[in-house]
Design a protein around this ligand. Structure first.
Ligand SMILES: [Zn+2]
Length: 115
């Protein structure tokens, strides 16, 4: 029989295997396997699972780069304008005549460059 693991945080609850631990990186939701305490609900992600999440985040370009850039919107007669920061322009090799798809994800606006 498998030995029960006791939660190292509260030292009361048992660690139960779960596959629905949710982490958020830059607005993206990652679901991981791990263990959750039956008493204090503290979640433990094994190192291997954590590494997997970082790998995926890297592949999506969400890891290791300064991602949050703050810009102010401005208004013209025809609507609200968002200027794309030069770093992103260079990084994505934008020419400035691309078509983009805008979508609303929660309170975020996602801009996809269609090629
Ligand atoms: Zn606990």
């Amino acid at each position: 029989m498998k030995k029960e693991k006791i939660c190292p945080k509260c030292e009361k609850g048992k660690l139960v295997t779960t596959d629905d631990i949710i982490s958020e990186i830059e607005g993206y939701i990652f679901v991981e396997k791990g263990e959750r305490c039956s008493n204090c609900s503290e979640e433990f992600i094994p190192e291997q699972e954590g590494k997997k999440m970082i790998e995926i985040a890297k592949r999506l370009g969400l890891w290791g780069e300064p991602l949050k850039l703050y810009r102010k919107l401005s208004r013209s007669a025809r609507g609200i304008i968002l200027r794309i920061p030069t770093d992103i322009e260079k990084c994505l090799h934008l020419k400035g005549d691309e078509n983009v798809a805008l979508s609303k994800v929660g309170n975020k606006i996602v801009v996809e460059i269609s090629s």
